[in-house]
Design a protein around this ligand. Structure first.
Ligand SMILES: Nc1ncnc2c1ncn2[C@@H]1O[C@H](COP(=O)(O)OP(=O)(O)OP(=O)(O)O)[C@@H](O)[C@H]1O
Ligand SMILES: [Mg+2]
Length: 376
């Protein structure tokens, strides 16, 4: 169903929808709008077998995600937003923002197909990614992991860098992702990485952040200047990308805990190994011994360049990509000390106060959206 022809079924509950007429007035916005679909709630309910628990594939700060099959046979992931309505933009703006986001097309971005507005409900519809997220296949439970060799890790790293460089430097006006982390890197059937959840801050009203703090690890991806003062630039994403790159190469989570050694901060570990000239110790042992050592060293160095404390020293995404592919030589480049939110804030993994301790100190950081009750 195209945007222009769907209103009757999309907004079939006028009693629950106060601004229906407003949205009904909205015209399709140019030729690219054929990418954009406004789904009816009934259509998505049918596709997900009534949003059944067996169709649920994940849950994040924004709500639950369900696998679904549309009437035309295409497989989708439906995100039922559970953000309180007052944190979200009005219906018309919401639809308009989603329409804009569906026009962003890149091999390394998850395709957003459209949305659904039904009374107080808001849903987003994406292409379904068969291999779930990097958080699951790289860092998740043993039974969900996929053994990734060097080539797969290299391809995933380059793909993520390309997707981000596109958002930062090709999309006009540029998009800062704000939430680059392993669970937002999805993988298709060929393990091609797809950046997801880009542009989500646009559907929220001003001064509401969509960065979730319910997972302690999320904090480890935040550039210190963002965590401390809420200062958000493309270099904030570059920091998160650097952390992700180190995770991809090491198979270690950004913050980890084991009984023997206590807490580990991946960025700190990488920095210490670099200083001790033992950088290759960071490479995941699963990779084996037969991998290109020079390239691995380069990738880790690029990771460290991206997480440098001073944002202006971090490379732009397109430069980071060229550094990875060796089109920009980093042989003699000085790497300065990484920024560590954990150091600054003394964040303790597993303590319920994690996010609060951060946010109470980071007084300028935007507030996170309040969410409604969780889904089935
Ligand atoms: N398009 C998709 N295809 C397949 N699985 C998906 C898709 N989108 C999301 N998922 C799954 O649903 C999970 C939840 O996604 P969601 O974006 O809601 O939260 P998150 O990224 O894990 O965390 P947070 O809300 O903290 O950012 C993902 O981790 C992934 O496993
Ligand atoms: Mg996500």
């Amino acid at each position: 169903m195209k945007f222009s022809s769907c209103f009757s079924s999309c907004f079939s509950h006028p009693s629950e929808t106060t601004t229906t007429t407003d949205i009904n007035k909205q015209e399709p916005q140019g030729e690219n709008d054929e990418n954009f679909t406004v789904f009816s709630y009934g259509e998505l309910r049918l596709a997900t077998r009534g949003f059944s628990a067996s169709n649920k594939i994940g849950e994040g700060a924004f709500g639950c995600v369900y696998k679904g099959v549309l009437a035309n046979g295409s497989i989708v992931a439906v995100k039922m937003l559970s953000v309180e309505l007052e944190s979200m933009r009005g219906e018309r703006e919401f639809v308009s923002e989603i329409s804009t986001l569906t026009n962003l097309k890149h091999e390394n971005l998850v395709t957003l197909k459209g949305c659904c507005v039904d009374g107080t409900r808001r849903l987003l519809v994406y292409n379904y990614m068969e291999n779930n997220s990097l958080a699951q296949i790289l860092l998740g439970k043993q039974q969900n992991r996929i053994k990734l060799g060097w080539e797969a890790r290299q391809a995933i790293s380059l793909g993520v860098a390309r997707g981000l460089a596109y958002l930062h430097e090709e999309v006009k006006p540029h998009i800062v992702h704000r939430d680059i982390k392993a669970s937002n890197i999805l993988l298709d059937q060929n393990l091609i990485p797809k950046v997801s959840d880009f542009g989500l801050s646009r559907i929220l009203r001003n001064n509401v952040s969509h960065i979730s703090t319910h997972v302690a690890g999320t904090l480890g991806y935040l550039a210190p200047e963002y965590a401390l003062s809420g200062r958000l630039t493309r270099k904030t994403d570059v920091y998160s990308f650097g952390v992700l790159l180190l995770e991809i190469i090491s198979g270690l989570a950004v913050v980890d805990f084991d009984l023997e050694h206590g807490e580990h901060y991946l960025v700190q570990k990488a920095w210490e190994l670099y200083r001790a000239n033992s950088i290759l110790q960071l490479v995941d042992p699963i990779v084996g011994m037969n991998y290109p050592k020079e390239e691995a060293i380069r990738f880790i160095k690029v990771g460290l360049l991206c997480v440098q404390e001073r944002a202006r020293l971090r490379p732009e995404m397109s430069t980071a990509l060229k550094m990875l592919t060796n089109d920009v030589d980093i042989e003699g480049v000085q790497i300065s000390q990484p920024g560590l939110v954990a150091d600054l804030m003394n964040i303790k993994l597993g303590q319920k106060t994690t996010s609060h301790s951060l946010y109470s100190k980071a007084s300028n950081l935007e507030s996170t959206p309040s969410t409604l009750s969780s889904c089935s």
